[in-house]
Write a protein that binds this ligand. Structure first.
Ligand SMILES: C[S@@+](CC[C@H](N)C(=O)[O-])C[C@H]1O[C@@H](n2cnc3c(N)ncnc32)[C@H](O)[C@@H]1O
Length: 273
């Protein structure tokens, strides 16, 4: 059989085979076609050489550089001997590694992460989570970053784990789990008793505060984990986070979507970010 004939006969199955591999590896179709080989090689080499992997394969993203600066400056100011930080939502460990590097040998970072599908989660991530690749990559990244004695995973749902932890024990609580309103609100409410007096509660993805957006549209979209576009500014924001943070604190300190408030007795104070 000539190659033209071979291709004609096998092209459909080759195409479906590629689509299937993309599906298993959970690469979205648009980017997958371009990044597939390059990123597969990068991923395999990181696993083999015990290096941290971030990249489009498996949606393993690092903390973006602008936000990283804010978070690093914040943690540098807060960290002290016997420091204890608890994070809700760790994905492949990017923020856990940032916190862990800042308090290595001086404290501990606890990571509450279920490595499971959650209701409001975009469906494109499901295959990845079902394959347990997410959990494997998290452990690989923490170990490769040299933080296995600093970053301690608590595997399970935040709504179950957070309420059974010791109250008044933590210096910082960082919230970056399910971004839908009810879940985010519950994570904030359940975490507050864990904080020491003078401790800080903070979180990710507060793109806009409630006074900057249209309330009705925000409320109507409260159940989504992702973002919507603000009609006035054309900025994307997470309606669930915007509503939940406002419900508990009103306006908060925020810089590059990283928000924070300090507990002082029975009140909350804004902090310099
Ligand atoms: C935005 S990602 C976290 C990103 C991570 N902080 C980072 O910077 O790399 C949200 C994470 O929250 C986790 N999550 C969602 N709902 C959860 C729940 N109820 N309990 C524990 N983890 C949850 C998801 O599995 C996901 O890994």
């Amino acid at each position: 059989m000539g190659y033209k004939q071979y291709l004609k006969r096998n092209l459909p199955s080759l195409f479906y085979c590629l689509k299937y591999i993309n599906h298993i590896l959970n690469i979205d179709q648009g980017r997958g076609k371009i990044v597939f080989l390059k990123d597969l090689i990068k991923y395999r080499s990181a696993i083999k050489n015990k290096q941290v992997y971030y990249g489009p394969l498996f949606y393993a993203g690092d903390v973006d550089s602008v936000k990283r600066q804010v978070m690093e400056q914040f943690i540098k100011r807060e960290v002290k001997e016997n420091f204890k930080l608890i994070e809700i939502g760790s994905w492949q460990g990017a923020s856990a590694i940032l916190w862990g590097n800042a308090c290595k040998k001086r404290g501990v970072v606890f990571c509450v992460e279920h490595f499971d599908i959650w209701e409001s989660m975009p469906k494109k991530y499901w295959v990845f989570l079902e394959s347990r690749k997410s959990r494997e990559l998290f452990f690989h990244n923490i170990k490769s970053a040299g933080l296995k004695n600093t970053v301690l995973p608590l595997i399970g749902k935040s709504e179950i784990i957070i309420p059974i932890l010791k109250q008044g024990y933590f210096d910082v609580v960082y919230i970056d789990g399910d971004h839908a309103y009810e879940s985010c609100l519950k994570d904030i409410q359940n975490s507050i008793p864990l904080l020491k007096d003078g401790g800080v509660i903070c979180g990710d993805d507060l793109n806009m505060q409630l006074n900057e957006v249209e309330y009705e549209i925000t409320w109507a979209n409260r159940d989504i984990d992702g973002t919507i576009i603000d009609t006035k500014s054309s900025h994307a924001y997470h309606p669930g986070v915007t509503l939940a943070v406002n419900k508990i604190f009103g306006p908060v300190s925020v810089k590059n979507t990283f928000w924070a408030m300090r507990k002082t007795g029975n009140t909350w104070e804004k902090i310099q970010l």
